[in-house]
Design a protein around this ligand. Structure first.
Ligand code: GAP
Length: 452
């Protein structure tokens, strides 16, 4: 079982400490939308940057892209989203509650709603009241809008429901401008939008969210090997940044679960407080997307293979992760309540690379010489890291505040510091303290805060 933390505890910590706020809160909130507060933006930025580092910066075979969020309907007709990106919805004839039929069928019924209710003929009944359900209706999840002043068919546009399509319709642009050879990838981080009917579990499933996706173009025939390769790479990434192995698993999709474009998909799943849930899907999208865009646009999206002197349409392996969902997962996995003397300390054991604040500088007293020296130390460290300076309340309380937001190191400046030009570094996890000369502080922290 995952850590025993409840979602209520995580939601409350996020609000209290400035990670995530309900959006438009003073107007009563706006269903399933959230704003990332001062610590949340740092956390999200770290998640994005570490993903980018692993998927683009450290690789010679992947380049980046930032495509537009708004797209013409032609793109989404070609991609199949206009006709296929639908959820089957069923309504309860009695209490009128609306459900996603696939959520009731996937064996998730028990996990999400408790014991399955069925009628005498075995037909599923409403999880809420046991009432009869309607036949499923298809509901398209894309957000539709109109561009320009006239709201007619020609001006229909959509907010992207995945970042992937920008990488497909730019395939030739990237190929030509970057002189790439197969295999190579195009990566993108950005917002996507889905009109989810059953959003929930805080930022796990929202209507506006952020994705981190990479389309890796390979020669047909090498796709199965590359698929296995990326499943393993992505699994290791979560472990590298501290997610506990026992809370992670890889789950291949069954045939009837596969997305309309996929030959095979495996999910990296995490054991959330409510059960196992998807963190990332790694799909073999075959040549579906490039073929569709070539057909609908009339443009040639093939690749000329110098070896065989043939034009081929590459296959695509796609590791598709959620940045916002991953950030939530890091928080849940890092959360601990630990006995400390007569109290309980709340601590986020975040990997230093994920932690929103890296260092806190805490003067032992508010007396001027200490404050001046502390601010000087903080200013120097700020050139490299996100640093908090805090002089209010007792040192014990200040340590607690930093533990609760996962700050890996607290630096205490005391009266002795004025004499020996040294400070104390406290380690968040072990709570051990060591004395370090100020002159060596930066290089020492550099070692401790290294990304690998
Ligand atoms: N291009 C493929 C694709 O979009 P997906 O499995 O639908 O695949 C990829 O989405 C990832 O995006 C998911 O694993 C999840 O982390 C994230 N994601 C999808 N829908 C989400 C939502 N409504 N809220 C938050 N994250 C979401």
């Amino acid at each position: 079982m995952a850590s025993n933390v409840t979602m209520d505890t995580i939601v409350s910590l996020c609000k209290r400490r400035g990670f995530v706020f309900p959006s438009s809160e003073i107007y009563g909130g706006f269903g399933s939308t959230y704003d990332y507060g001062p610590l949340g933006v740092e956390l999200l930025r770290n998640v994005r940057n570490l993903w980018w580092r692993a998927m683009v910066q450290e690789r010679e075979d992947v380049v980046g892209l930032e495509a537009s969020i708004l797209g013409p309907s032609a793109v989404w007709e070609a991609s199949g989203h206009v006709s296929n990106f639908t959820d089957p919805l069923v309504d309860c004839k009695n209490c009128r509650m609306r459900w996603r039929e696939d959520h009731l069928l996937e064996g998730n019924y028990e996990a999400e709603y408790g014991a399955t209710k069925r009628d005498a003929a075995g037909k599923l009944l409403c999880p809420n009241c046991g009432g009869e359900l309607t036949d499923p209706r298809k509901f398209n999840m894309m957000f539709k809008t109109f561009v320009g002043v006239v709201e007619d068919t020609a001006s229909v546009a959509y907010l992207r429901p995945e970042t992937a399509q920008g990488m497909f319709y730019n395939f030739s642009n990237v190929l030509g401008s970057m002189r790439r050879k197969l295999p190579f990838g195009i990566a993108q981080v950005g917002k996507s939008f889905r009109n989810e009917i059953t959003p929930g579990n805080f930022v796990f499933r929202t209507r506006e969210f952020e994705q981190m996706e990479m389309e890796f173009f390979v020669k047909p025939g090498s796709d199965d090997d590359w698929h296995s390769y990326w499943i393993e790479e992505r699994f290791q990434w979560y472990l590298k940044y501290g997610i506990k192995k026992e809370n992670l698993r890889i789950r291949p999709h069954t045939k009837d679960e596969l997305s309309f474009y996929s030959k095979a998909t495996s999910d990296v799943e995490y054991e959330f407080p409510w059960g196992w849930g998807e963190l990332e899907g790694i799909a073999n999208r075959t040549n579906y997307d490039l073929t569709q865009h070539a057909k609908h646009s009339g443009k040639d999206l093939s690749y000329f293979d110098e070896e065989t002197k043939e034009h081929i349409v590459p296959y695509v392996i796609e590791p598709a992760a959620g940045a916002t969902r991953t950030a939530l997962t890091f928080l849940i996995d890092a959360y601990a309540e630990e006995p400390d003397k007569d109290e309980t300390r709340i601590v986020l054991h975040l990997h230093p690379a994920i932690a929103p604040v890296k260092v806190a500088v805490l003067p032992l007293s508010k007396k001027e010489p200490l404050v001046n020296l502390s601010k000087e130390v903080a200013k120097k460290l700020r050139r490299k890291w996100v640093v908090q300076y805090d002089e209010s309340q007792s040192i014990g309380k200040r340590y607690r505040r930093q533990d609760e937001i996962g700050t890996p190191f607290c630096i205490t400046v005391d009266f002795q510091s004025l004499e020996d030009n040294a400070v104390t570094i406290r380690d968040r996890d072990t709570m051990e303290q060591i004395r370090v000369p100020i002159a060596e502080l930066s290089s020492m922290l550099e070692g401790k805060l290294a990304l690998d």
